[in-house]
Design a binder for this molecule. Structure first.
Ligand code: ADP
Length: 467
């Protein structure tokens, strides 16, 4: 999605967002659809971004350390003027995502920083301008912003341009090292002026600092979703390549061993074959998920809804999956409601949703080996009835603040909750999409350390005339 959440006010100042590795390499970029800088970032600009990031290595390393400890900070880095006259990078660290083992050495290629490129002059004019005028209007001040090198006035709260001389009281404009802000009193007596000036400059200069901070945050907030997505997408690539490689390597190894007829014991041979089957199942589920996801993204996902007995679909899925579950040492308990109303749904899509939930229940079970599948109905506020299936595990659970995020594409709960299960971060996105397309929903109840219960909730179909 290229939807850009627009913070209130004008965000013309925002030029683009980038996700960077720790060496300043651009992993992903987002260019505002309405910006003049359409398309990709030109290579010279990328090179300048990289150089500037490297030059600020220690400050940015501190940023990442703070982020790991849960603090967020912005570092402002101006880009060289030859490439963009007043472009400034506002850099924050990316929350540490779970790293696939075996990719530790490639840390460099993981998203570790995100930056917004702002046009400093647009920012000063559009975001600070109105606030400056508010302050200056109420009091008898004139606030002036100038370019430090040339002294050119970028913003003044004094409409009469003949008054645009830079006042003596000047400060650098915090985030904008190439710009200065100055304060002047309007038509006061000399004595009053001297007294007022000291208080005014202290108060106003701090106010300007706060305004800058608030303005920058506003922009960041608006762009956050896109940036987070871009960071996750770049981690997705390394997760998935890892996910594809492991089963392939196993399949190859076991097949080779069998092929060389080194294993005489038939029971051991069967075990090898089972591993091959399990790993190829895993591969095809991953590939199915990626294909289904790309169909959804391109709007090519279609579902054939027909009268469906949810209970029968659940039984069919479990008949296939049970062997796999039990082979992994899980105990599957099924609690079926009798006489479940029919629903209108695509049997394959429902099975896919259920498989994804079962897969997750296994992956995130931790030490527990208990999975419960339950079906049932509940009455709703309207005349409809809900028909649902629950998949419950007693595993690691999901922290409350992440329970909404897990349905976002590529999202995986970060390393804070130690789990080593691999994944693409697409499973629940697909399930959520399938449920919405069916006019239903997916609910989650979960407690960290206790377990999770995911519920697929459909609406009971209106009975057919013949029923
Ligand atoms: P994947 O499992 O491939 O990472 P999903 O979209 O299926 O992607 O799930 C997103 C994230 O939600 C997972 O990475 C995991 O952190 C969390 N999650 C999903 N199901 C469970 C569960 N049953 N218990 C705990 N965490 C879960």
């Amino acid at each position: 999605s290229s939807r850009i959440d627009r913070p209130e006010g004008n965000t013309r100042a925002l030029r683009f967002g980038v996700v960077l590795d720790s060496q300043g390499g651009v992993l992903q970029h987002i260019i505002r659809p309405d910006s003049s800088a359409r398309g990709t970032l030109p290579p010279p600009l990328r090179a300048r971004i990289r150089d500037s990031i490297r030059a600020h290595g220690p400050a940015l390393a501190r940023l990442s350390r703070l982020r790991r400890e849960g603090y967020r900070k912005i570092v402002a880095i101006p880009l060289p003027r030859d490439i963009a006259p007043s472009l400034l990078l506002l850099v924050t660290a990316v929350a540490p995502m779970e790293r696939a083992p075996g990719t530790a050495g490639t840390e460099r290629t993981h998203a570790s920083l995100q930056a917004l490129a702002l046009d400093a002059e647009d920012f000063i004019r559009d975001i600070l301008g109105p606030k400056f005028r508010d302050i200056a209007g109420a009091e008898d001040f004139i606030l002036v912003c100038t370019d430090r090198a040339t002294g050119r006035v970028i913003l003044s709260t004094e409409p009469d341009s003949s008054q645009w001389t830079m006042p003596e009281q000047q400060r650098p404009l915090w985030m904008f090292p190439d710009h200065r802000v100055g304060i002047r009193m309007r038509g006061e007596s000399a004595a009053e002026l001297a007294r007022a000036r000291t208080t005014a400059s202290i108060v106003l200069f701090s106010a300007v600092g706060l305004l800058l901070l608030a303005g920058a945050w506003l922009l960041f907030r608006g762009f956050q979703r896109e940036l987070r997505l871009a960071a996750m997408r770049s981690d997705f690539v390394s997760n998935v390549s890892h996910e594809l490689k492991t089963p392939l390597a196993l399949i190859r190894m076991y097949a080779e061993t069998l092929e060389m007829e080194r294993i005489p014991d038939p029971e051991a041979q069967r075990e090898y074959l089972r591993v091959i089957m399990r790993e190829s199942d895993r591969l095809s589920r991953l590939i199915n998920n990626i294909l289904a996801f790309s169909r959804i993204e391109s709007g090519r996902a279609h579902y054939h809804r027909e009268r469906l007995d949810l209970g029968a679909t659940v039984r069919a899925v479990l008949a296939i999956y049970r062997v796999h579950l039990e082979h992994e040492g899980f105990r599957l308990t099924v609690e079926e409601a009798d006489a479940l109303p029919m629903i209108d749904a695509d049997a394959e899509a429902v099975a896919e949703a259920l498989l994804n939930l079962l897969d997750n229940a296994m992956k995130y079970s931790g030490e527990s080996r208990e999975i419960i599948v339950r079906t049932g109905t509940s009455d709703t506020e309207t005349t409809d009835r809900d028909v649902w299936v629950d998949v419950e595990d007693h595993g690691i659970g999901i922290p409350p603040d992440q329970q909404k995020l897990i349905f976002e594409k590529f999202y995986r709960v970060s390393a804070g909750l130690v789990h080593t299960a691999k994944g693409s971060g697409l499973g629940l996105t697909l399930v959520d999409h399938i449920m919405r397309a069916h006019g239903g929903r997916i609910d989650v109840r979960s407690t960290p350390g206790t377990g999770s219960c995911f519920r697929l909730c459909f609406t009971a179909a209106a009975p057919l005339p013949g029923d």
